[in-house]
Design a protein around this ligand. Structure first.
Ligand SMILES: Nc1ncnc2c1ncn2[C@@H]1O[C@H](COP(=O)(O)OP(=O)(O)O)[C@@H](O)[C@H]1O
Ligand SMILES: [Mg+2]
Ligand SMILES: [Zn+2]
Length: 462
């Protein structure tokens, strides 16, 4: 089946649904050769911003645009853009590259003419996440727009974009897509994928999606995987659950009860429903702020609020959401059973393993299970290489790398008190599992990292 929402990414304006005003404006601009230097696409997630940005990039560069504006998707330019082989269309996700360096490098490169295509196009997604410095650098670029260059900024939170940036851009608002349009798209996809369905099931999904086509397609995918023959209304209900409020309630209840099994069950159903983790957490905050007098709910609300901050910059959002929620649940389990059994089952399990623990780094990780859960989680998920006089810690998420780097001193001291060894800690981040690299590559990388720390990213990005 493939990931449906990627498989069905629109490749032409023609296929963009529910954004007629956007299509009209952009197609006229392309036809008349009056494309702006900078656009700002604003609107809810999954409504077509990234898709339209890519289509526009092809549109202005296409050798034989259909009807004078729609990319043909077969000329060299279209193909190069689609396969990501051109240097002239550059996509940047501000959610993971928030910094000044990336924007500076755009500024430095921006004055070179397109290397091959007619126009250079920069697409900056989630632009509201840029740091203030980066915004300033971007503003300078937008103030002196280089020739033959188009900026397309996209955001789900336009209120966080500085007015100075907004005023330099032509703003296009993407709207929520109507349930009718979504339902008929879902029907088309089911037919193309040979998925059988009850129309009432698709009806229900299109309402639940709240105007987002991506969410609708993710939900359909979840339900289709769950039901082996036919997407029925019954299946839809069991996968999507009782509805958002009930899911929020069961999430909170399982944490307060310290019930890890129930928690995992809720978390998995959130995933199956295709619900966005950040939106879910916002509902948790909302729910608890409505019931602020309830002690337990205040702390859950705060937990959810903190988690939103943490997850914003996180690539493995869902995994971390699951782990952090499970740990929060464990805390309550500990409190509720403090007198009867001093340690939770989970921690006791770790204790048992402890008796067989051999290495110093394992001892350190164990130590943090009791002392600092964020360090514990981060260390458990990292690769630790004991190199004698130093310990190299390779994290696979930026957040965990940051958490550990910040606590460098504490970790070094704790290691000394746990193992009586005085060593230096070096922290590094890698996008690829270090042990999956071949030997020729791994050895030198470990050597370099253990000297300097830092980040390694695979060639060519993702
Ligand atoms: N207006 C739309 N018409 C058709 N499909 C859409 C539309 N908006 C989103 N989609 C579907 O959702 C997926 C993600 O859309 P995307 O353009 O990345 O949304 P955004 O950037 O607004 O979050 C697309 O690949 C496509 O399958
Ligand atoms: Mg997008
Ligand atoms: Zn073309």
């Amino acid at each position: 089946m493939g990931t449906l929402y990627l498989k069905y990414r629109p490749k032409q304006f023609e296929e963009i649904l529910g954004q007629d005003h956007v299509k009209l404006l952009l197609s006229n601009a392309v036809k008349s050769g009056k494309v702006s230097h900078s656009y700002l696409f604003s609107g809810p997630r999954g409504t077509g911003k990234t898709s339209v940005a890519r289509i526009l990039a092809k549109s202005v560069n296409c050798d034989h645009p259909v009807d004078g504006y729609d990319p043909c998707n077969s000329c060299d330019s279209c193909v190069e853009i689609d396969t990501g082989r051109t240097l002239d269309v550059i996509e940047m996700d501000a959610a993971s590259n928030r910094g000044i360096d990336e924007i500076r490098s755009i500024r430095d490169r921006v004055f070179y003419m397109p290397s091959k295509l007619k126009y250079k196009v920069y697409i900056i997604d989630e632009v509201h996440m840029l740091t203030r410095e980066a915004f300033n650098a971007l503003l300078k670029t937008l103030e002196e727009p280089p020739e033959k260059t188009i900026f397309i900024l996209a955001t789900t939170e336009i209120q966080k974009v500085p007015e100075t940036i907004i005023s330099r851009c032509q703003v296009l608002e993407f709207r929520r897509i109507s349930p009718n349009i979504i339902r008929s798209k879902l029907e088309d996809v089911c037919k193309a994928e040979k998925i059988e369905y009850e129309i009432v099931a698709l009806d229900h999904i299109s309402k639940e999606a709240a105007g987002g086509m991506r969410d609708a397609l993710s939900m359909l995918e979840g339900i289709a995987r769950f039901s082996n023959e036919k997407v029925t209304l019954a299946d839809t209900f069991s996968v999507l659950g009782d509805g958002p409020i009930e899911t929020v309630e069961s999430y909170i209840t399982s944490i307060l009860d310290g019930n890890v099994d129930a928690l995992i069950h809720v978390v998995d159903s959130i995933k199956n429903q295709g619900t966005d983790v950040m939106n879910f957490l916002r509902s948790v905050v909302e729910y608890s702020s409505d019931r602020i007098k309830d002690d337990g709910l205040i702390s859950i609300g705060k937990f959810a609020g903190d988690l939103i901050q943490i997850l914003r910059y996180e690539e493995k959002q869902f995994d971390l959401f699951k782990v952090m929620s499970a740990f929060e649940t464990l805390k309550y389990k500990k409190i509720s059973s403090e007198n009867v059994q001093p340690l939770t089952d989970q921690v006791r399990q770790v204790e048992k393993v402890d008796q067989e623990i051999k290495t110093d780094v394992e001892r350190l990780i164990r130590f943090y299970a009791q002392k600092d859960l964020s360090v514990y989680v981060s260390l458990s998920e990292a690769d630790l290489k004991d190199l004698g006089d130093r310990i190299l810690v390779i994290s696979y998420t930026l957040l965990q790398n940051e958490i550990l780097k910040e606590k460098d001193k504490m970790i070094t001291e704790d290691f000394k008190s746990v193992t009586s060894r005085d060593v230096r800690f070096v922290f590094a981040y890698s996008k690829v599992p270090i042990d999956s690299m071949n030997d020729k590559l791994r050895e030198p990388i470990i050597k370099v990292l253990s000297l300097f720390g830092g980040k390694i990213l695979p060639e060519g990005g993702e």
